[in-house]
Design a protein around this ligand. Sequence first.
Ligand code: PGA
Length: 245
Amino acid sequence: MAMMRRKLVAGNWKMNGLQKDRQFLSDLATLHSETPNADVLLCPPATLLTSMAATRPGWLMLGGQDCAMTQSGAHTGDISAEMLADLGCSHVIVGHSERRADHGETDAVVRAKAQAAIQAGLIPIICVGETLEQRESGLAEAVVVSQLSAGVPECEAGQVVIAYEPVWAIGTGRTASPEDAQAMHAALRAAWSGADSAALRILYGGSMNPGNADALLSQSDVDGGLIGGASLKPDQFASIIRTLR
Ligand code: PGA
């Protein structure tokens, strides 16, 4: 039942944010002085996590944007899930389409990263989504369901979050219609292999903004949003959180 699932609003800053942008947290706390009626997560670049962990409002959780497949060792430049947990993170995004495209991450890599996150006590936000070409060929659901089954490790529904992010909607200003998003989220829930699919949280991502958030977030199988561009602006991020009053 949808009622069981608390919504999650997650901001993904991608490769944006310098020390001066720590100001975002006080702006957000001013704009949102009440405890939000949803879980709220911010995933800034790893370079800002330490300082943000010290100054975040109590209701704001922090997450990483990626993690390694192992917890430590000879992997220059990588950051492990254990390191993120050590900083106070609760979540980590894995398998974002930009990482699949820029770094050739396969479903097997995504699954190993999600497994490493769970081992470290983090909740991985596992991203799936079809390209425009796949959607236009009628393959969207098959692609996304196959990414789900290949990219998610054996686990309980409460140990992960899924993010449906159609690649053609990311950073483009185009969004899936609320009906298309709902249909895909329902298909993902139906394809969940565990017994507790009603507990699985499935976020929508791709050009979510204050103007379209309400229509998307009010769909019964849309359990929150993964927000890129609009999460960089405190007023827009606060306004999206406020739609969940
Ligand atoms: P966008 O990004 O909101 O800028 O489209 C979403 C995402 O890629 O997580």
